[in-house]
Ligand binder design. Structure first.
Ligand SMILES: Cc1cc2nc3c(=O)[nH]c(=O)nc-3n(C[C@H](O)[C@H](O)[C@H](O)COP(=O)(O)OP(=O)(O)OC[C@H]3O[C@@H](n4cnc5c(N)ncnc54)[C@H](O)[C@@H]3O)c2cc1C
Length: 601
C-alpha cells in the first residue's frame, strides 16, 4: 500500500502544467460515512434552526443570529476543525468544508457569522497562538461560549490591508500594549467576546496581530449596525479602540507577523467561502426549477420554454462544476496536511503549510464560486419574473446576500491578480516549472501542426485534449507576458485579470471532467449521462472565455508577425475537432432537473 508520504500529490498551481488522473481527484461521491453523517446532521440543523426563520433574519434580528450560533456551538459545529485537545472535533479539512457548506445556505447572515467566527475569528489563534493562548481561548470559541471577530479593515485600509493606522504602544514596564485606532466592517462585532486585532507597533513595516477581549470598560466602543444591501442579520459594525490595554502575552506570533497571519487566515477563509456558496447555489437552482415547473404562461409551463431550459441547465452545470473543484482542492489540502503531520510537523505547521500550498486554488475557487452564485441568484430572479423582484419570494434575499461574497475575503479583483501573481512567484522559486512547458508551447507554435486524426472514441478523449490545449493558451499568454514585461507585469492589471480568467476556467473545467470521468468509470457512463453532458457544457463555455481573454491579451502586448503567430496558435488551441451540440446538451440537462423537480446531482 502506498503511504501518504509516498503518494505523489500535485503541488499547488501545478495543475496548469501537469495532467491529473481521475482516480487522484476527490469528489463529493467519495464522502466517507463519517462525512456523510456530519453532512446530514448539519442539513437537519439548517432545516430546523435557520431556514424556517428566514424572515426574522431578513428583519435584522441580530439576537437570533447569536442564538443560533450558540446552538451550532452546542452541536459541535463551531469546533469541527479545532484539535480535540482544545475542545474541538479535530476533523479533517474536507469535513470542515462540508459543515461550512451545508450550514451556510439558509441565509447569508448566518453564513457570514459562522465564517467570521470559525474561520478568521478562531483560526489565527489555533494556527499562530502560543500554548497558553490556545488553552485560554480556543475551547471557549469551539464551544460557542465565546464568539470571535476579525478586525483588519480600517477606513483607509481595505484591499491594502497592511496600511492600517491602528497603533499598538508598549507600556513602560513592557507588560502591555495600548491599542488606538478605528476598524470598520467588522462582522460579529455586536456580539463577540474577542477580536483578532491588527495594529502597527512604532514604524514597523508590517502590522502585528493581537487577541483583544471585548470589554467596554477597556476603551472599546462600537459604531451603529451598518445598513447593508444584504446579510441583514449579520452584525457589522465599526470598532473604536481608545487606549485599550492588552497584555503583552496576547500578541499573536511575533512582532510584525500580523500581515502574514492576516493573509494565511484569508487563504483558508477563501476556500471556505467557496464552500459556503455551494449549497446556496443548489437551493436556488432547486427553487427555480420548482417554480418553473409550476408557473404557466401561454398555456405552457415556463420550464418547457427553451429560454428557461437554457438557464436551468447553466445553473445546474455551474453548481456541479463548483462542487467538483471545491472538493478536489479541499482533499488536496487535507492530504498535504496529513503528509506534513506524518513528516513530524506540528498541527500548526502542518495546517499552515497545507493551506498555503494551495493558496492559488483557494483564490480561484473564491472568485469562481462567488460569481457563479451571484449569476445563479440573478437567473433565479429572472425565472421568477416579477415575483423574483418581490421580497415575498426567496430569490430577492438570495441575490442580495450573494453580492458580498465577491467583496470580502479579498475582492475578486485582488484574488484574480493574486492567483496569477502567486503562480509566477512559485515558478520563480522552482516549485512549479512554467518555463519549460512555456518554451515547449513556443516551439510548437514555430513548428508544423500535426494533421493526425486522434481516436476520440473513449469518454472525454477530446475534452481532455481540449484541456491540454487550454493549458497551452495560458502558458503562451502568461509566458509571453512575463517575457515582455518581467517584474513590471504587476502593473499590467488588465492582462493579469485576463490570464487569471483563463487559469480559473481551466481549473474549474478540468475538475468537472475528472470528477465525471471517475464516476463514469465506477458507476457507468449511462448512469452519469447528465453529468457527462454538464462536463461538456462547462468546458465549452470555458473554451469561449479562454478564447476571448487570450485574444484580448495577445492583441494588447504583441504586434505584427508575433501577434499573427500567437493568434494562430490561439485559434488552434481553442478549436474542437468535433463541436458538442450545446443546445442539445442544455436541453438534456434541463429535462433531467425538470423531471426530478430539483438539483439532483
Ligand atoms: C459586510 C462586510 C463584512 C466584512 N467583514 C469584515 C470583517 O469581519 N473583518 C474585516 O477586517 N473586514 C471585513 N470586511 C471588509 C472587507 O474585507 C473589505 O471591504 C474588502 O477587503 C475591500 O476593501 P474596501 O472595502 O476598502 O475596498 P477598496 O480596497 O477600497 O476597493 C475598492 C475597489 O477597488 C479595487 N481595488 C483595490 N485595490 C486595488 C488594486 N491594487 N488593484 C486593482 N483594484 C483594486 C477593489 O477590487 C474594489 O473593486 C467586510 C466588508 C463588508 C462589506
Amino acid at each position: 500500500m502506498e503511504t501518504q508520504q509516498e503518494k505523489e500529490l500535485l503541488r499547488g498551481g501545478q495543475f496548469i502544467v501537469k495532467e491529473t488522473n481521475c482516480e487522484d481527484v476527490f469528489t463529493p461521491e467519495d464522502f466517507n460515512e463519517e462525512q456523510k453523517m456530519m453532512r446530514d446532521s448539519v442539513i437537519e440543523f439548517n432545516d430546523r434552526e435557520i431556514i424556517p426563520h428566514k424572515e426574522r433574519f431578513e428583519a435584522k434580528d441580530y439576537a437570533l443570529t447569536e442564538e443560533v450560533m450558540g446552538k451550532a456551538g452546542e452541536m459541535g459545529f463551531l469546533g469541527v476543525s479545532v484539535p480535540e485537545e482544545y475542545g474541538g472535533m479535530g476533523m479533517g479539512f474536507v469535513s470542515t468544508m462540508i459543515v461550512c457548506e451545508y450550514i451556510s445556505s439558509g441565509t447569508g447572515s448566518f453564513s457570514t457569522a459562522f465564517g467570521a467566527h470559525t474561520g478568521i475569528g478562531t483560526m489565527p489563534i489555533t494556527l499562530y497562538g502560543t500554548e497558553e493562548q490556545k488553552q485560554k481561548y480556543v475551547p471557549k470559541l469551539a464551544s460557542g461560549e465565546w464568539f470571535g471577530a476579525y478586525a483588519l479593515t480600517e477606513p483607509g485600509a481595505g484591499s491594502d490591508a497592511n496600511s492600517g493606522k491602528t497603533t499598538a504602544t508598549l507600556s513602560e514596564d513592557g507588560k502591555s500594549y495600548k491599542i488606538n485606532g478605528q476598524k470598520m466592517w467588522i462582522s460579529n462585532a455586536g456580539f463577540c467576546s474577542l477580536f483578532i486585532v491588527f495594529a502597527r507597533i512604532e514604524n514597523d513595516k508590517n502590522i502585528t496581530g493581537f487577541i483583544v477581549e471585548q470589554d467596554p470598560e477597556n476603551g472599546i466602543t462600537l459604531g451603529e449596525e451598518e445598513k447593508k444591501l444584504g446579510i441583514h442579520a449579520s452584525s457589522t459594525r465599526q470598532v473604536f479602540f481608545s487606549d485599550t490595554v492588552v497584555p503583552a502575552e496576547n500578541m499573536l506570533a511575533g512582532r510584525g507577523e500580523g500581515f502574514k497571519i492576516a493573509m494565511n487566515a484569508l487563504n483558508i477563509g477563501r476556500i471556505k467561502l467557496a464552500a459556503a456558496c455551494l449549497d446556496s447555489q443548489r437551493r436556488i437552482t432547486t427553487t427555480a426549477i420548482q417554480y418553473a415547473n409550476e408557473r404557466k404562461q401561454f398555456n405552457t409551463r415556463i420550464s418547457d420554454f427553451g429560454a428557461i431550459k437554457l438557464k436551468l441547465a447553466e445553473m445546474a452545470t455551474n453548481t456541479y462544476a463548483d462542487e467538483s473543484a471545491s472538493y478536489r482542492a479541499a482533499k488536496n489540502i487535507e492530504d498535504r496536511i496529513a503528509m506534513r503531520h506524518a513528516a513530524g510537523n506540528s498541527h500548526q505547521e502542518a495546517e499552515l503549510k497545507g493551506v498555503e500550498e494551495y493558496a492559488i486554488e483557494c483564490s480561484i475557487l473564491k472568485v469562481a464560486v462567488s460569481e457563479d452564485l451571484q449569476n445563479c441568484a440573478d437567473e433565479g430572479i429572472q425565472i421568477f419574473g416579477g415575483m423574483g423582484f418581490s421580497k415575498d419570494t426567496p430569490m430577492e434575499a438570495a441575490w442580495r446576500d450573494a453580492r458580498i461574497a465577491r467583496i470580502y475575503e479579498g475582492t475578486n479583483e485582488i484574488n484574480r491578480m493574486l492567483s496569477v501573481g502567486m503562480l509566477v512567484k512559485k515558478a520563480m522559486k522552482g516549485h512549479v516549472d512554467l518555463l519549460g512547458p512555456a518554451q515547449a508551447v513556443a516551439d510548437e507554435l514555430m513548428g508544423i501542426p500535426s494533421f493526425d486524426t486522434p481516436d476520440y472514441s473513449e469518454l472525454f478523449a477530446e475534452e481532455k485534449e481540449m484541456i491540454a490545449k487550454l493549458k497551452k493558451v495560458f502558458l503562451m499568454v502568461a509566458g509571453s507576458a512575463v517575457q515582455k514585461f518581467g517584474p513590471d507585469l504587476e502593473s499590467h492589471q488588465q492582462l493579469l485579470l485576463a490570464a487569471s480568467d483563463i487559469l480559473i476556467e481551466i481549473y474549474m473545467a478540468e475538475s468537472t471532467i475528472l470528477r465525471t470521468e471517475k464516476n463514469a468509470k465506477r458507476f457507468g457512463e449511462k448512469e452519469q449521462e447528465i453529468q457527462i453532458a454538464m462536463a461538456k457544457l462547462y468546458l465549452y463555455n470555458a473554451v469561449s472565455i479562454v478564447e476571448k481573454n487570450g485574444k484580448e491579451s495577445i492583441i494588447s502586448f504583441a504586434e505584427g508577425d508575433e501577434q499573427r503567430m500567437l493568434l494562430m496558435g490561439l485559434k488552434r488551441f481553442v478549436k474542437y475537432a468535433n463541436y458538442p451540440d450545446i443546445v442539445d446538451l442544455r436541453r438534456t440537462i434541463a429535462e433531467k432537473v425538470k423531471a426530478e423537480n430539483k438539483y439532483c446531482f
